[in-house]
Write a protein that binds this ligand. Structure first.
Ligand SMILES: [Zn+2]
Length: 270
């Protein structure tokens, strides 16, 4: 497999966490066409030459075993509409008779407005006891979902139902300003002002990058100050496809922020 050539190239060159480097591609010999980004928990590489297009993710330590080749996955990028969750995944969800824990979660995390106005489709998974944030397409079909545990200490805190790798997006149709946030609750908490986008993972998937670059004129990355490295690496990646890009370092999680402060925190008055 050609991929091991890329992996050894990467292992011989130190790339600091949160930074990207360009190399001559060892597969197609393209000059500086191979971009390699170190996200800390994984290293992502791709060649910009259309004729080559080699890409992949190396998780944690550099080893061929932990290699995951994105190219072998079905072409999700162009067929997101065909990914719909099957009945088995959704059969324990309900849209009414929420338990007190879920009502409390919705209220305490400032999701009430988005939920009541229909911007966010939130359901209850009574088997897993989770608040389900549903990801749908424009035809209202359920593509994927992620469920927040309502039991304290339940793991994982967020459970991904499908395999779409799509981000969670919450906002009105007219909003052309996306704000990348920590999780679904934060995305819903700001959806009356901008479009909240939760990546649902530690790094930017191609699907998320495509959503951000095709549907929005402006993108802000608004993560907690503990996630500054993650914010910087997102900015580094997104700057290839989004011109109007800024970073907001949060003192407090958006879902816990006072409603009256949101505009200021998101720098919407500038
Ligand atoms: Zn190449």
């Amino acid at each position: 497999m050609n991929y091991s050539i890329v992996s050894s190239l990467i292992s011989y060159n130190k790339i600091d966490t949160g930074t990207s480097k360009r190399f001559n591609c060892p597969i197609c010999e393209g000059i500086n066409s191979l971009s390699v980004t170190n996200f800390g928990d994984c290293i992502k590489f791709n060649c910009f030459k259309a004729s080559c297009n080699v890409k992949g993710v190396i998780k944690n330590e550099l080893s061929n075993k932990s290699f995951k080749i994105i190219d072998n996955l079905p072409n999700i990028k162009n067929s997101t509409d065909k990914i719909v969750l099957n009945k088995e995944d959704t059969k324990y969800w309900r849209t009414a008779m929420f338990p007190a824990d879920l009502d409390r979660y919705i209220t305490n995390n400032n999701c009430s407005y988005a939920y009541k106005s229909g911007l966010a489709d939130i359901r209850y998974d009574y088997q897993k006891n989770r608040a389900v944030f549903v990801i749908k397409n424009s035809r209202n079909e359920v593509l994927d979902a992620t469920g927040r545990a309502l039991y304290t200490d339940a793991l994982p805190k967020w459970y991904r139902y499908g395999r779409s790798r799509l981000p969670y997006v919450c906002g009105t149709k007219h909003s052309r300003h996306a704000v990348v946030v920590e999780d679904c609750a934060s995305a819903t908490a700001i959806s009356h002002l901008v479009t909240g986008v939760a990546l649902l993972g530690t790094h930017l998937t191609e699907e998320a990058e495509k959503v951000l670059s095709s549907k929005f004129d402006r993108v802000s990355v608004a993560l907690d100050k503990d996630a500054t490295m993650k914010s910087l690496s997102l900015i580094k990646q997104l700057k290839w496809s989004i011109a109007n890009l800024n970073i907001i370092i949060l003192e407090r999680d958006l879902k816990n922020e006072d409603k009256g402060n949101l505009k200021g925190v998101l720098k919407l008055n500038d």
